[in-house]
Design a protein around this ligand. Structure first.
Ligand code: BV8
Length: 301
């Protein structure tokens, strides 16, 4: 049904008080997590979505995993690139992009690497990708500075082609479900030694790696500098929206309390009533429970 026909998913009183505050706010932040893209068919890290084949996704998102088995890590990322390319931004991605066009002092801090906010034409100078992007690639050789943005080739090299069944991500029989319940042993994994993996065109020796921030790696310096500048500005922050994130990964999760310390009120949009940032809900916070794809467009209308 069109949004007009759809009954409001947000309690009217909470909606009114939020929108009143939003209308008076100037400096506004949003912290985005995987829950924002759930309705676009992309699995979150928590729960079933956190598994890929028999691996906990976060165990593959490390430099050590890449060092140990670059072929397996590249299969994981090639699969996620494939799924993200088949997914589409949802109404919440577009609503946030629209807000950024209307409010130049609004910036979005996204933990998501799925490329859906850029595809929703979110103004790039107001979108900070804290953990990089699936569609950036860089040389894994520490001394080589090769970096390439917007590499959408799928698969990035022939050996990483996804098994034939690449069904639509929004159906239940997604590759995610199929991939989730198979283990490496019964997937006919091509012998993925270095010769099959993407090579750095610059230094000719290093393997290319996904341009995402792995656990134990620093967030991109230019991104941190921009966020620090926004945060250390003596101006108060009026509002931070915490959308679809379990807010457990630092330093990203730390921005919620930092915004609070700058006077911001906090609005949490989450499917799970228990998922509130460390320190829990505080006086004056809003908590909108449900699907971000439905709630966010209503809040920002
Ligand atoms: C660093 C890119 C130092 C890769 C990611 C102990 C204590 C504190 C910190 C640490 C510690 N041990 C280690 C650390 C540091 C570590 C960390 O924080 N670990 C955590 C686990 C404790 N952090 C780091 O390593 C960071 N780097 O600290 O470096 C340093 C400094 C200088 C020099 C050198 C080193 C780097 C962290 C970045 C890791 N990369 N992603 C990839 O994607 O493959 S993290 C990845 O996981 C995401 O980017 C995201 O940040 C995180 C997952 O969180 P969410 O997005 O929130 O997703 P999740 O599934 O958890 O939650 C989804 C939520 O949505 C849920 O609440 C759910 O209820 C809700 N939801 C679901 N559906 C919907 C919904 N909501 C609304 N609508 C729906 N439809």
């Amino acid at each position: 049904a069109s949004s007009a026909a759809r009954p409001s998913v947000v309690p009217q009183e909470q909606l009114a008080s939020f929108q009143q505050h939003l209308s008076r706010s100037t400096r506004i932040l949003a912290l985005l997590g995987a829950g924002l893209s759930a309705s676009s068919g992309l699995p979150t890290f928590r729960g079933a979505g956190g598994m890929w084949r028999t691996h906990d996704a976060t165990s593959l998102a490390t430099p050590e995993a890449f060092e140990r088995d670059p072929g397996l890590v590249w299969q994981f990322y090639s699969y996620r690139r494939h799924m993200a390319l088949k997914a589409k931004p949802n109404a919440a991605h577009y609503a946030l992009a629209e807000l950024a066009r209307k409010r130049r002092d609004f910036i979005t801090l996204s933990q998501n690497v799925d490329g859906l906010s850029p595809r929703a034409l979110h103004p790039a100078d107001q979108l900070k990708l804290l953990h990089g992007s699936l569609f950036d690639v860089k040389c894994s050789d520490f001394f080589c500075k090769y970096f390439e943005s917007n590499n959408y080739t799928d698969p990035i090299v022939p050996a990483l082609a996804i098994p034939s069944d690449d069904s639509d991500p929004t159906t239940t029989s997604t590759l995610a479900a199929k991939e989730a319940d198979i283990s490496d042993i019964n997937v006919d994994i091509p012998e993925l030694d270095h010769s099959h993996l993407p090579k750095c065109p610059e230094c000719k020796s290093g393997l290319l790696r996904p341009g995402v921030v792995w656990f134990g790696e620093a967030l991109p310096r230019h991104v941190m500098e921009h966020v620090d500048e926004y945060m250390t500005d003596e101006q108060p922050i009026d509002l931070i929206m915490v959308i679809g994130t379990s807010a457990k990964v630092y330093p990203a999760a730390g921005y919620v309390d930092l915004a609070r310390s700058k006077g911001a009120r906090v609005a949490i949009i989450n499917m799970d009533a228990n998922d509130v940032p460390a320190g829990g809900l505080q006086d004056g916070d809003w908590f909108f429970r449900g699907d971000a794809a439905q709630i966010v467009p209503e809040l920002l209308k």
